[in-house]
Design a protein around this ligand. Structure first.
Ligand SMILES: Nc1ncnc2c1ncn2[C@@H]1O[C@H](COP(=O)(O)OP(=O)(O)OP(=O)(O)O)[C@@H](O)[C@H]1O
Length: 447
């Protein structure tokens, strides 16, 4: 039997892991793990925060066990991941050493980063964990793992939160200069710089930072000069190995009016999406927000909110605050009846029955087209695709027959409906964007 009483065991496991994971994943997730002890057949490892713990638990524990088996034939080993003060203390020590050098560096620039948005208070679930993990990876290893990182997803789902979390993390832990900018602010400053002849200043400002965080980049689409300047800023940062993170409400290919050269650059790194939250994630977010705002929500009220058709987390937050304010002003407890009454104009209770009309309405909202166009026989792609998707969803979410569906789409033949549905099914096998679109529309209909 091998006697493992020091970290050699871990080092040998690391050796195996290095060869069985990608370099990026190894550097991001495995290398920073600290070995604590090996006792009673349990290896205890320590990581920096709860987010990393959850990610490592979910994605790497089995791999670590396999590596332990491969290297030392230990098959019944346990892996315990803890968030330990040791890690934090060491981090603090390290940060003290170069505090002075760093202070000047970080404080010299107003980073526009909101301290409230951190990884610690970002609740991650199936819908957002890929984007959250990618953001954490970038924050741990700026400009090494995923550059640029492009995060996209619907309104109010946490993209901005993740941008700030990256900013806070690199400023605190890496002492880098991070800079948060909405693309509107970027555009406005550019216009002012052109008007007042301050372009050199503008360029220097953007090209002397370590991590550039640009929010809602879709707003620069169609703006020629802004895209041009952003393109040069991007290139200059990228070439000097600085990190760029961009968010958008759409996948790069779906942003109308975005120049090809920018689109292709956004696709160089990693593209991560955030989907509307599932019920468990919604519940966890609701509970966390209620606790933060010191608002008491009973299980019934939480269930009611979770089961209403809201996926926008910003709205969800707004409703909690509204309920909290009402309860405190009237000195009453928050009940389901009160929630229904207060939120009656804004909240739609989930109904178990989805109708063809509901699907058509939501699809038209998503694609920004008219119901009459959806039901028409127009052959332009911008109508055909929404029509086919709607038919597909009608078949999936209602009990209607093919002829009934055809009837609701301007009297189409049942063979047209079958053809449309088959087309979507085939396309979904390979087209991730289409899959996301369908998932998004579906989540507004059934939660
Ligand atoms: N997973 C989450 N955990 C905790 N809070 C969240 C989460 N997702 C979103 N939020 C909160 O919801 C609110 C809206 O999020 P955010 O502003 O990041 O959305 P967004 O995707 O950037 O929206 P927009 O497209 O409008 O810019 C914020 O207060 C944010 O803290």
């Amino acid at each position: 039997m091998i006697n493992y009483h020091d970290s050699n065991l871990w080092l040998s496991i690391l050796d195996v892991l290095k060869n069985s994971t990608s370099e990026q994943n190894f550097t991001t997730w495995i290398k920073p793990i600290k070995f604590l002890e090996f006792k009673n057949n349990t290896i205890t490892l320590c990581v920096k925060n709860i987010f990393i713990k959850n990610w490592v638990d979910k994605n790497y524990v089995d791999l670590i066990k396999t590596a332990a088996f491969k290297k030392h034939s230990i098959s019944d080993i346990n892996i315990k991941i803890i968030v330990s003060d040791k890690y934090i203390d060491e981090d603090k020590r390290n940060s003290k050493i170069d505090e002075n050098t760093i202070k000047t560096k970080v404080d010299t620039i107003n980073s526009y980063i909101n301290k409230e948005y951190t990884f610690e208070n970002f609740i991650s679930g199936n819908s957002n964990q890929f984007a959250a993990a990618a953001s954490q990876a970038v924050a741990n290893n700026p400009a090494t793992v995923y550059n640029p990182l492009f995060i996209y997803g619907g309104v109010g789902l946490g993209k901005t939160h993740l941008l700030h979390a990256i900013g806070n993390c690199v400023i605190q832990n890496k002492k880098l200069r991070a800079f948060y900018y909405s693309s509107e602010k970027f555009t406005n400053e550019l216009i002012n710089s052109i008007r007042y002849g301050k372009m050199d200043e503008f360029r220097n400002k953007f090209r002397n930072i370590d991590v550039l965080l640009i929010d809602d980049v879709q707003f620069i689409a169609g703006k020629e000069r802004t895209q041009e300047e952003f393109f040069h800023t991007f290139n200059s940062l990228y070439e000097s190995q600085k990190q760029i993170v961009v968010t958008s409400d759409k996948f790069p290919k779906e942003i109308p009016g975005l120049e090809e050269r920018l689109r292709s650059r956004f696709e160089w790194g990693l593209i991560a999406d955030i989907q509307p939250p599932d019920n468990e994630t919604k519940q966890a977010i609701l509970e966390a927000k209620a606790e933060k705002n010191k608002i008491k929500l009973t299980k019934e009220v939480t269930d009611f909110l979770v089961n209403s058709v809201i996926s926008n987390i910003r709205e969800l937050e707004g409703y909690i605050v509204r309920l909290g304010a009402y309860a405190s002003l009237t000195s009453t407890e928050i009940t389901v009846e009160m929630a229904k009454e207060i939120l009656k104009d804004i909240i739609i209770e989930k109904s178990s029955i989805v109708t063809i009309e509901d699907i058509q309405k939501k699809a038209c909202q998503h694609f920004n087209i008219k119901i009459s166009d959806l039901k028409s026989s127009k052959r332009a792609k911008k109508y055909v695709v929404p029509r086919q998707i709607s038919m597909y969803l009608c078949r999936q979410l209602t009990d209607c027959s093919y002829p009934e569906i055809g009837e609701h789409f301007g009297g189409k033949d049942h063979s047209t409906v079958i053809h449309s549905i088959k087309k979507i099914e085939a396309e979904m096998e390979t087209n991730q964007i289409l899959k996301n679109i369908i998932r998004n529309i579906k989540s507004t209909l059934v939660v």
